[in-house]
Write a new protein. Sequence first.
Length: 210
Amino acid sequence: MNNKKLLEYNQAIFDINHKKYSKQECFQLGFFNGQEVLFLGINPGIPYTKKLREEVDVVIEQSNFDDFQKDYERVIKITKMGIFMKQVIGDDWSEIGLTNIVKIATSSNRLPTSKLVEKFLPITKKQIDLLQPKIVLCLGKFVGSFFDIDTFYDSCTINNSRYILIPHPSYLFRMGMIDNAIIKIKNILNNINKTCKNEFLKPTQLTLFT
């Protein structure tokens, strides 16, 4: 994406932090292709298979954030998170992004401690401010809590971005609820496209929503 300020900010944070953390902690700032939809998760998680472990090692070893985010997107596409994102927005990822409240994986993917949130949430909010996405999909109530949304599929508008709280994909897969949830999420996004006539939130350009 052509967002010089966001790229510069991410590069600066990357330079400061990525060598501080071991490969097991998977320091990941996310990737930012465009402003249409930002998927916002809890933490990067830890890949479970040897193949994914090797893919993430490639990402961690990158010294340039632009290369890093391209590799990270490639890794995400072969995870369950990637499967979920593909079902929501399709094959075209040219106008979407993904990042997390905290930037390192937690032990057993547990909810982050208040100390981790205090460290990383300002970075995440700065990323969002610079990106100015049209839609932010908050993945799970932990994420929604930072934007005062506590009911699934409710939404609010903050700084011209529409935030929507949806169940976390891991829960949806685990409970066998993924198909129904995908239909509901698509309907919500389509309704946003039909009803948002305000100057600050124009209809998105993704094929799915037309």
